[in-house]
Design a protein around this ligand. Structure first.
Ligand SMILES: Nc1ncnc2c1ncn2[C@@H]1O[C@H](COP(=O)(O)OP(=O)(O)OP(=O)(O)O)[C@@H](O)[C@H]1O
Length: 260
């Protein structure tokens, strides 16, 4: 781990009333890493993610982004440095695909001609046909296409960090696989640092370099899939058991010709 993480959480806490949503979490994310945050509903994953770009303010501890304490950075400027992909795309329904993607460059004062060029570049990057998609409204897109537009919009201001809140959760398995693979390739090609929330341990293992496991606001474990498989924590092992069981069942069904 380099001395200066791209994102650093040190003893971070956040409560909502009496509930500790994030409880003394310390986690460093290195430049170029792809980290998946896994955990059950309500374990604090979204809160942890949103603390990094100050969509939620921490009660205690320190969070740094590219070495800067986030408290010392203007929240709007901070959010321009960090792409954010929402679960359902989070697109503005009344704006076309091109206007959705171009919204941040527009707020930054980029000229209309440069925005149009950038939108085309981004559509190509996320593998959407420009002519067919530029003018459409989000309602006229499939779930997978909406997520591709969401990714394009998150990348519009050329962030070095991308945060993704269950980006592929609502998609059918084939689309989900394709989008996951495509984003992993974008992450590599653009040299991004990515933090992705997922409920799905299989997806986490397939996409991420490192997995952080949350439970009841605490960071229960972190490590590569192989490191996690050696964890002594019963919950972590249970999470890893599900993909293993699926593989065993599939092998039994497809390779040996019988049901598990
Ligand atoms: N604005 C809020 N006000 C009150 N409680 C909140 C707020 N935001 C989150 N919480 C609570 O904090 C806890 C953690 O929520 P969070 O959304 O971070 O969990 P999560 O792991 O992302 O869950 P999910 O997987 O269901 O999205 C939950 O108990 C949630 O109800």
């Amino acid at each position: 781990m380099p001395s200066r993480p791209m994102i650093g959480y040190a003893h971070v806490t956040k409560s909502f009333g009496a509930l500790k949503a994030v409880d003394d979490v310390s986690l460093d994310i290195a430049e170029g890493e792809f980290v998946a945050v896994v955990g059950g509903s309500g374990s604090g994953k979204t809160t942890l993610l949103r603390l990094a770009n100050r969509l939620i303010e921490a009660d205690g501890g320190t969070i740094t982004v590219e070495g800067d304490d986030v408290q010392s950075v203007d929240p709007v400027a901070l959010r321009r440095r960090i792409g954010y992909v929402f679960q359902s795309g989070g697109l503005f329904p009344h704006l076309s695909v091109a206007d959705n993607i171009g919204i941040t460059p527009k707020l930054l004062g980029v000229s209309a001609a440069d925005i149009a060029t950038r939108v085309d570049e981004l559509l190509e990057l996320v593998q959407l046909d420009r002519a067919a998609h530029r003018g459409r409204l989000p309602d006229a897109l499939s779930g997978g296409q909406r997520q591709r537009v969401g990714v394009a919009r998150a990348l519009a201001a050329r962030p070095r960090i991308v945060l993704m809140d269950e980006p592929f959760g609502a998609l059918d398995p084939l689309t989900r696989d394709a989008l996951g693979d495509d984003f992993r390739e974008l992450h590599r090609k653009l040299g991004l640092t990515t933090v992705m929330i997922t409920h799905d341990m299989t997806e986490a293992i397939l996409l991420a370099d490192r997995i952080a496991v949350m439970r009841s606001g605490k960071l229960l474990a972190q490590g590569t899939p192989v490191e996690l498989s050696k964890s002594s924590d019963a919950y972590v092992l249970e999470l890893l058991r599900t993909p293993r069981r699926q593989v065993e069942r599939l092998n039994a069904l497809l390779l040996k010709g019988g049901a598990a």
